[in-house]
Design a protein. Structure first.
Length: 265
C-alpha cells in the first residue's frame, strides 16, 4: 500500500487541463439560487424519466461491477489509499473516532482537487486510518449542471459505501468547469473504475427521489453552517466544530484543527 506522500504524488501527477486558482470556489447568492432551481428541474426530470421510461444511454455498455481492469487514470492509487478503511455512506473511518472532519466539496471545483491531492492523503493516513478521526463528505453543486450530475452520482456511490473512491477518481480525471466533462460517460467510467461497485445500480439510483432528497439535505446543512465556498472543512469533537477554509494547498491549518479536537497541544 502506498504511503500518503506517494499517493499524493501520483494523484498530483495526473494531467489537468488548466492550473487551478489557489482560492476556494465561492458561490454567490445568485449562483446558489440557480443551483436550487436546477435541483428542482432535475427532480422534475427524474419524475418524467420514470413516467416515460427514460434511462442512461450508457447503462447497456457498462460493466455490471467496477474493477481496476481498463480503469481511469489514478484508480489504482485511489483504491490503495482507502483500502481497509471502513466506509459507511458519506463517512470514512470508524464511527467512534474522537474527532470529526466534515468536508463540503464540489466535484468540479479545481481547488477541491488540489486539496484532495495535496492535503487529504496525509490526513487520511495520519488521522483516519489510525482511528483518531472520521472524515464526512457533504457534496454541494455550486458550479453548474455538471456539478449536479456529479453530486447525484456521488450520493448514489455512497449508498454502496464507495463515495470517497468515486469522488477521488473524478478529481484525478477532472476537466475544466462546465465544459461538459462530467457527463454520463465520465460518471459511468468512474463507477466502472471502482472495484466492487455495482455500476448499473449507481446509474439507476443517481436519478432517484432518495438521492434528490439527500442533495437537498446537504444544501440545508451547508446553509446552516454558512458555507459559501468549497472546499470548507468543519472540524471538531462532533459534527459541530471549527470551520476551516484552507487558503493554500497546505495541511497545517487542518492538522491544527484536528489536533485541537483531539485535545492535543
Amino acid at each position: 500500500m502506498p504511503s500518503g506522500r506517494k499517493s499524493r504524488a501520483a494523484r498530483r501527477a495526473a494531467p489537468t487541463p488548466a492550473s487551478p486558482t489557489r482560492r476556494a470556489r465561492r458561490a454567490s447568492p445568485r449562483a446558489l439560487a440557480v443551483a436550487g432551481a436546477l435541483v428542482a428541474i432535475a427532480a422534475v426530470a427524474v419524475v418524467l424519466g420514470v413516467v416515460f421510461g427514460g434511462g442512461s444511454a450508457n447503462k447497456a455498455a457498462a460493466p455490471e461491477t467496477g474493477s481496476l481492469q481498463s480503469a481511469l487514470p489514478g484508480a489504482a492509487e485511489v483504491d490503495a489509499l482507502f483500502k481497509g478503511i471502513p466506509q459507511r455512506g458519506m463517512r470514512l473511518g470508524k464511527a467512534s473516532a474522537p474527532a470529526t472532519i466534515v468536508e463540503y466539496l464540489d466535484l468540479q471545483c479545481p481547488y477541491c482537487k488540489e486539496i484532495e491531492a495535496s492535503v487529504l492523503p496525509d490526513v487520511v493516513s495520519r488521522f483516519v486510518r489510525t482511528g483518531k478521526a472520521k472524515l464526512v463528505l457533504r457534496p454541494l453543486a455550486f458550479t453548474g449542471p455538471d456539478s449536479i450530475r456529479g453530486r447525484n452520482a456521488l450520493i448514489a456511490a455512497s449508498r454502496q459505501d464507495r463515495a470517497f473512491n468515486f469522488a477521488d477518481v473524478l478529481y484525478v480525471n477532472q476537466g475544466i468547469e462546465n465544459t461538459g466533462w462530467l457527463d454520463d460517460e465520465m460518471v459511468t467510467a468512474a463507477a466502472a473504475s471502482i472495484p466492487g461497485l455495482r455500476v448499473h445500480t449507481l446509474l439507476d439510483e443517481r436519478k432517484s427521489a432518495g438521492v434528490s432528497k439527500l442533495a437537498a439535505e446537504y444544501d440545508s446543512l451547508a446553509a446552516a453552517a454558512r458555507v459559501d465556498a468549497t472546499p470548507t472543512f468543519v472540524v471538531g469533537a462532533s459534527f459541530a466544530g471549527t470551520k476551516t477554509t484552507l487558503v493554500a494547498p497546505s495541511e497545517a491549518s487542518l492538522v491544527a484543527a484536528v489536533d485541537a479536537a483531539l485535545g492535543l497541544p
